[in-house]
Ligand binder design. Sequence first.
Ligand SMILES: [Zn+2]
Length: 132
Amino acid sequence: MAIKLKELQDKKLPRTTIADLPFELKLKKGARESQKAKEAKENFIKIINKYLRMFVSDKKCINCEEDLSGIFGTFNWGIVHGEGHCSNCGYPARGRHYIKAKNLVIDDKEETELILPFILQYHPSELRQRRK
Ligand SMILES: [Zn+2]
């Protein structure tokens, strides 16, 4: 199945933001009242959102509409770490995202690197058709 890149680009699909993902970013206990910490958190959210712009957050493949995740999901890991694609149509996706973090707590655990284990497909506007 071919990737209908131009058609997908014309759809102007929404780009992913942190609000689309099922996790919450929290400040460390004791840092919650600090203006500096709040600013750091806001700044980090900006960094995450800038990163997430590259992706769409649909659960189904935006090209062939198959479910990407789950037992019958079509997502296949590729050779490059974290990268993959829809096994039905080949549309590219990333299944692991690494974003450096500082003084941040995720689910009450302090982290230095934010790892997002979500399958996100590349936004069509981030892709170019390969020359033949
Ligand atoms: Zn697909």
